[in-house]
Design a protein around this ligand. Structure first.
Ligand SMILES: Cc1ncc(COP(=O)(O)O)c(C=O)c1O
Length: 375
């Protein structure tokens, strides 16, 4: 898939302050359509909103019949429910005051079914007590660790089935299935990713059999992210929901790592040259407060017009490029930059400028970039 960007009319670019997050609406809509095509039905999609954190994009999903969403923060959950989502999975184990925040949210949005993940009895019992006291019901998915080792419980852990079974015994909770997130599966070749998913799947089915033997139900498996999206989408189990997030905006990290994926970058940063400190150096205003800095230094951004420039100093408000082409640029010149990792990049901006057919057509709020909206 192309790692180029659509053009923006020069006069429109000139009036944009930099650095600025831009969304290419036609690209975004094409990514949503491609995701629906891969998933084969809106009911098999539960897109993760952490990538964009935008109310307006949740609305675009709802217009396309996608009512189930995944979120990583309480603010993202609130954004989804306020936009009209009817099923929101807080893909996180609620702990501390976040338990009450989620329960309050469930009380405020009765049309929306809220779900959480769990891998431990302690917070689960606290959630049950809070939900029962508030008179709400929260769905619970067992967070199944299939090898990423970030959260979850491995299918073979003694007590895993019993933990899920506990959900149906506790007031205020109901069983919602398993979350199977496998962010460690990053094979460049799609066939190898398919094999890896096929190898881990029998462990998940074995755990389902174990919980069913206790009398529990597993109505849904919420599976994978963007790299394994096509793998789960091709599987026939009707309980499978796919949970890609990054594919909505896409980025150069996934674009380079997974060339099979049919998504193109729909977000970029408008940046300007601010200095030319040496003959082969040009300094841009896309510092590490303007683009995600979790990829390694030197590999945080792609400039389609200068793909071979070396990214040298990357400080808070400056990025120094070393390139023999520096002499073609002057302070004030504009470049477009594709983030290597778009999710933490969008969270750095309070609004995104929306471009269509080269023109600025709108400005969207990055609604849940802060940790708290109401609750
Ligand atoms: C639990 C969970 N589900 C789904 C996703 C979406 O994955 P991706 O960013 O690969 O689309 C993520 C991403 O971090 C995640 O943490």
């Amino acid at each position: 898939m192309s790692l180029s960007l659509p053009a923006i009319r020069s006069e429109e670019l000139q009036r944009l302050p930099s650095p600025q997050l831009v969304i290419f609406r036609d690209r975004l809509l094409s990514n949503l359509d491609s995701m629906l095509k891969v998933a084969r039905s809106p009911s098999r999609l539960r897109p993760h909103c952490k990538t964009h954190k935008m109310h307006r994009i949740i609305r675009l999903w709802l217009e396309r019949g996608v009512c189930k969403h995944k979120a990583a923060t309480i603010a993202e959950c609130e954004m989804c429910a306020a936009a009209g989502a009817t099923d929101v999975l807080y893909a996180y184990n609620p702990v501390g005051p976040n338990i009450q925040r989620l329960v309050s949210l469930a009380g405020a949005y009765p049309q929306c079914r809220f779900k959480v993940t769990t891998d431990h009895e302690g917070p689960l019992r606290q959630l049950s007590a809070a939900a029962a006291a508030a008179g709400v019901t929260i769905g619970v998915m067992l967070d199944v660790n299939v090898g990423m080792d970030r959260t979850g419980i491995t299918p073979e852990t003694p007590g895993a089935a019993e933990l899920y079974d506990l959900v149906r015994q506790l007031p205020g909770l109901e069983q919602a299935g398993f979350q199977v997130y496998d962010g460690h599966q990053r094979q460049a070749d799609l066939m190898q990713r398919r094999v890896a998913v096929a190898e881990q799947w029998p462990r998940v089915l074995q755990l389902r059999a174990a919980v069913e033997s206790l009398g529990s139900q597993v109505p849904t498996f919420a599976c994978g992210g963007t790299p394994t999206f096509p793998c789960y989408a091709a599987m026939s189990d009707p309980a499978i929901e796919t949970c890609p997030g990054t594919s909505v905006l896409s980025d150069s990290g996934y674009g380079n790592a997974f060339p099979d994926l049919p998504f193109a970058p729909a977000a970029a940063i408008v940046t300007r040259v601010v200095s030319r400190p040496a003959a082969n150096r040009m300094t841009l205003d896309v510092g590490n407060k303007a683009i995600a800095a979790d990829p390694p230094k030197g590999a945080r951004v792609l400039f389609p017009e200068l793909p071979d420039a070396v990214q040298d100093i990357h400080s808070e408000e400056h990025l120094v490029l070393v390139t023999p082409e520096a002499d073609k640029y002057q302070p004030g010149d504009v470049l477009l930059a594709i983030p290597v990792h778009v999710c933490p990049t969008s969270a750095l901006y309070d609004r995104a400028v929306v471009v269509d057919n080269g023109r600025i057509v709108d400005s969207w709020e990055v609604t849940s970039r802060n940790r708290r909206i109401t609750w």
